[in-house]
Design a protein around this ligand. Structure first.
Ligand code: PEP
Ligand code: MG
Length: 960
């Protein structure tokens, strides 16, 4: 609610033009302590995108999303210009409502201002107002409409008499927190008034918290004084909030259409009460804009609706608001539609369908803004009641999932079902709800701190501390607070805020940052659990394999590694944060194994093979004995591998193959060296870019890369240039919406559209790798992602060559190589042309497999088939190595395949010179190399190449 105090309003301002007026607005926000001086630039930037003129002589300057970081406190300052100012779009402005908003509060403010726009005289009155109180009164009128939505409908109630039916409507309003107990007494004492067509009305005014209207219809026919009772409206009245609703009911009665209400379903009742006629055509469209239907997209919508040349109405699909003309800007803004909400458009007549299609298409396309799809199914996956329950898994039979963390486990299962949270959607006491949310967040943070102390550093503690930061995110709280102000319960508002943020994250980052969405939901469930007082079931005291639908990163972090032997999930992929964490903790894991695993009985014995990605329930004694032997051997191997981790990586007969580590964070380079890594074989620099709200500048990048190079102490660093775009866009680098982002503007294709970004990154890498005085050179290998042919390489090479000429040798790396990743089949097929010019190749088997087999590497059902040991992928690697070696160049493999125990000899046999794997895998991969000699590896490679499918490859290799 916009509550303006006199000190927020400055009367009698003067400005020769809009720029000066805007400077004054910026200054007043700054003077009030709401913003830093730099917010001014955000205000101007925003005007350059489009005018913030609202209507009736009011403009609402506010900053761009990027400038939000300069907002200290959310607030508003109003400047009155009695003489008026000509705005840059030619409009005359008398009042500037300048907004400092940390998130989307301007939407709420905008919504409250729209009522002012209904009154044409308001501009003059604002210009003439002689006191701040007068201006505040003109701007601050709140708009309240009585609540009516699916929840206030009580259809087919088994009432024995009319009185009971009326009370059922009242009880529903009480249940929803709209009224207190006095309302019930008030209603009980009043008599029903007939409205006609079988409909009756009863109302109460005592203890009304939220004005609302319920409709109760009887299951069986009822009569009163010889007249049919088909439905009772129960009104909780407050002021004239119900006026619009009652007018619409009267109109329905007048037209005779009210008679159909008692037999209609909830959607039809709401449609009729919103003013939609039975002959209207309707279409639904979801709002996709990140910040909802704010002024700019609303303006577009209105223009498109006007172009259709026939009346189109729109309303929120959920809720009892009237359908408003889609041609009225103020009314459209006043819907307050947020991202994800559905709009119902309606129109009548011959061209109605085509007009509705055009409008809905425009909404789906983002109304002039870049939008990301809203995928409801990823937020709530609730099995529908009529789907058959999953079949139980047969005993002693292997069941395939996705290998997520290597290792073998044999233990009874503990099946953890995701907790159910039951809570009311709405609540009538915003202050109390806000207090509850605050205290639940505090308790959640305290829990996380305690877990963090227990974790005593490392990756787990880092994730827990990130969770704590997420929990304390003021934007998240602000979004929930807004929901609470709109009448939602603390639980509902909080979960909505979490889902919105998680979804935005999911859409933004896809695979590499998808785990952040899981993290957000994980944090959200923690608070929800506290609010609903739902605690998680206690696992057994004895060792067990955890089986669950999906698992949040903090659940993994909390796993007691002394008792949890393994992890099996129905959903999720190998690249989710939880899988990465399981690897970091050394817990064998199989994920995405389907919901049948949830049918396992608690305590049932299971063999879990994290390497092959499969599980065997209730194994036979013979199978169990074999597995136990393998387990003992594995443990022995791990201990030996750790002991020998600093030895050079060589095959049994001394053939040298370097083993390096894959890193996403330069700070982890120290740990990688400690685990025996002989260098970094893949630095995913996009993580550095994703960690910043704006493109990191030269100094920031130099400092980051230097951290890794310092830790490597003369070992080589292979840094991949920025690999974003398409499925993993950077927020500050918008890319147009694409139907097939995996085949779109990404990797080197995207970077070459902004060569200055590539140049800064290359410069930073070269500078960071400058050897310190009298120190050994720091080998720097730079590689380009997603290269499809030589042209892209040459374009990047030209920039690098220029920089090498330009930067004095003493200030930059001297041992530099430039290579390409082989991730696209065309690059492998053209390896001979590439090999003549590049310094090295590194095969990204994750993407190479995806593009060769045409299987999305994150596909929930298919990703298990995206196996890099497919003979087609192996042939491409063979061609790559042959071409490279013919030109004396080296080849690495940095995809997940490089740490697959079965694949290691095959890759070595194919001639690969370097394997880059996750740091934890380094000792094991080195140990694996010592188990065979080169001749054996070549035989394995031949054998694999001769197979027809990846299953055949695995079978052929396993037999040996
Ligand atoms: C790959 O595609 O194999 C690779 C290493 O790159 P990323 O997994 O980062 O796409
Ligand atoms: Mg890749």
């Amino acid at each position: 609610m916009l509550t303006l105090r006199p000190e927020d309003i400055r009367l009698g301002c003067q400005a020769p033009d809009w720029r000066v007026a805007l400077e004054q607005a910026a200054e007043s926000l700054h003077q009030a302590g709401l913003t830093a001086p730099a917010y001014r630039d955000g205000l101007f930037q925003r005007e350059s995108q489009s005018s913030t003129y609202l209507g009736n002589a009011i403009a609402i300057p506010h900053g761009t999303p990027e400038s939000r970081e300069h907002v200290h406190t959310t607030g508003v300052r109003v400047l009155q210009f009695p003489g008026g100012v000509e705005w840059h779009d030619g409009q005359r402005v008398h009042v500037l409502v300048s907004i400092a908003a940390q998130s989307d509060e301007h939407l709420g403010i905008l919504r409250q201002l729209t009522h002012v726009l209904d009154d044409d005289s308001v501009g003059e009155r604002l210009a003439a107002a002689g006191s701040a109180t007068e201006v505040a009164a003109l701007l601050s009128k709140a708009v309240v409409e009585a609540r009516l939505d699916a929840e206030t409908l009580c259809l087919g109630f088994p009432a024995r008499d009319t009185h009971e039916l009326a009370l059922a409507g009242a009880a529903r309003l009480r249940q929803l927190g709209c009224v207190g107990s006095d309302f019930m007494t008030d209603v009980a004492e009043r008599t029903l008034a007939p409205m006609g067509q079988g409909l009756w009305l009863i109302h109460g005014e005592r203890s009304v918290e939220v004005p609302a209207l319920a409709l109760a219809t009887p299951e069986e026919r009822l009569e009163r004084d010889g007249e049919a009772v088909k439905g009772v409206f129960c009104l909780a009245a407050q002021g004239d909030a119900h006026r619009g609703l009652l007018e619409r009911i009267l109109a329905l009665l007048d037209s005779g259409a009210a008679a159909e209400l008692p037999n209609a379903d909830a959607a039809t009742v709401l449609a009729r009460l919103a003013g939609e006629s039975a002959t209207a055509h309707t279409r639904l469209a979801r709002v996709l804009n990140a910040h909802g239907l704010h002024a700019r997209p609303a303006k577009q919508l209105v223009q498109i609706a006007r172009q259709q040349g026939l009346p189109i109405h729109v309303r929120l699909a959920e809720g009892g608001g009237a359908a408003v003309p889609a041609t009225s800007l103020t009314k459209v803004i006043n819907l307050g539609a947020r991202r994800g909400q559905q709009l119902t458009f309606s129109a009548e007549g011959d061209n109605a369908q085509a007009a509705l299609d055009a409008v809905c298409r425009a909404v789906a396309d983002g109304l002039g803004e870049q939008v990301l799809p809203f995928d409801e199914s990823r937020e709530r996956i609730t099995p529908s009641a009529d789907t058959a329950p999953p079949e139980p898994l047969p005993d002693d039979t292997p069941h395939q999932g996705v290998a997520a963390s290597p290792g073998l486990a044999i233990a009874p299962v503990f099946v953890l079902q995701t907790p159910r949270f039951d809570y009311p959607e709405r609540a009538a006491d915003p202050a109390e709800q806000q207090r509850r949310l605050h205290s639940a967040i505090d308790e959640g943070a305290a829990q996380l701190e305690a877990l963090e102390r227990e974790a005593r550093g490392g990756e787990v503690a880092q994730i827990l501390s990130m969770h704590e930061e997420m929990l304390r995110d003021p934007e998240l709280f602000e979004a929930a607070r807004e929901g609470i102000q709109d009448g939602r319960s603390a639980e509902a508002a909080w979960w909505e805020a979490i889902e919105t943020a998680a979804h935005a994250q999911e859409m933004l980052a896809d695979r590499l940052l998808a785990e952040r969405a899981a993290d957000l939901r994980d944090v959200g469930r923690r608070v929800l659990g506290i609010l609903c007082q739902v605690s998680r079931p206690e696992p057994p005291e004895t060792p067990y394999i955890l089986v669950t639908d999906d698992i949040g990163p903090s659940d993994v972090a909390r796993l007691d590694t002394r008792r949890v032997r393994g992890l099996l999930t129905a959903r999720g992929g190998a690249t989710a944060h939880s899988a990465i964490l399981a690897r970091a903790l050394g817990i064998p894991a199989v994920v995405g194994a389907g919901e049948r695993v949830l049918t396992l009985a608690g305590g049932c014995e299971l063999i879990l093979d994290g390497e092959r990605g499969r599980v065997i329930p209730a194994p036979s004694a013979a199978r169990r004995a074999t597995a136990e032997q393998r387990l003992a051997e594995r443990q022995q191997r791990e201990a030996e591998a750790w002991e020998a981790r600093f030895e050079e990586a060589r095959t049994r007969d001394g053939h040298r193959v370097e083993v390096a580590a894959n890193l996403g964070n330069t700070a982890h380079a120290v740990d990688a060296v400690e685990r025996g890594a002989e260098g970094v074989g893949l630095l995913r620099t996009e993580f550095l870019f994703m960690a910043h709200a704006q493109e990191p500048d030269l100094e920031t990048q130099v400092a980051e890369y230097r951290e890794a190079l310092d830790a490597l102490d003369g070992r080589p660093l292979v840094a991949r240039t920025l690999d974003v775009g398409g499925d993993k866009p950077l927020p500050y680098w918008p890319v147009p919406k694409e139907d097939n982002p995996f085949l779109g503007l990404r990797g080197i294709r995207l970077t070459l559209t902004r060569p200055e970004v590539l140049e800064t990154q290359l410069r930073a890498l070269l500078m960071a790798a400058a050897p310190a005085a009298e120190q050994a050179p720091r080998p720097l290998r730079i590689m380009l992602p997603m290269v499809k042919d030589i042209a892209e390489f040459r374009a990047a090479r030209a920039i690098l060559d220029r920089l090498l000429d330009e930067i004095p040798a003493a200030e930059r790396a001297t041992d530099v190589q430039l290579g390409v990743m082989i991730e696209v089949p065309s690059a492998a097929l053209l390896a001979p042309t590439l090999a003549a010019e590049v310094d090295f190749f590194s095969v990204g088997t994750n993407d190479l497999t995806q593009y060769t087999l045409a299987i999305d590497r994150d596909h929930p059902a298919l990703s298990a088939q995206a196996d890099g040991l497919h003979p087609a992928v192996l042939r491409l690697i063979e061609m790559t190595v042959a071409a490279a070696h013919a030109h004396g160049k080296w080849v690495g493999v940095c995809g997940e395949l490089a740490s697959d125990a079965l694949a290691v000899p095959v890759l070595v046999g194919l001639g690969v010179d370097e394997l880059s794997v996750s740091a934890r895998q380094v000792p094991l991969v080195k140990a694996r190399l010592r188990e065979f000699d080169l001749a054996e590896a070549r035989v394995q490679a031949e054998l694999a190449l001769a197979q027809a499918t990846s299953e055949a490859v695995r079978d052929a290799l396993e037999v040996r």
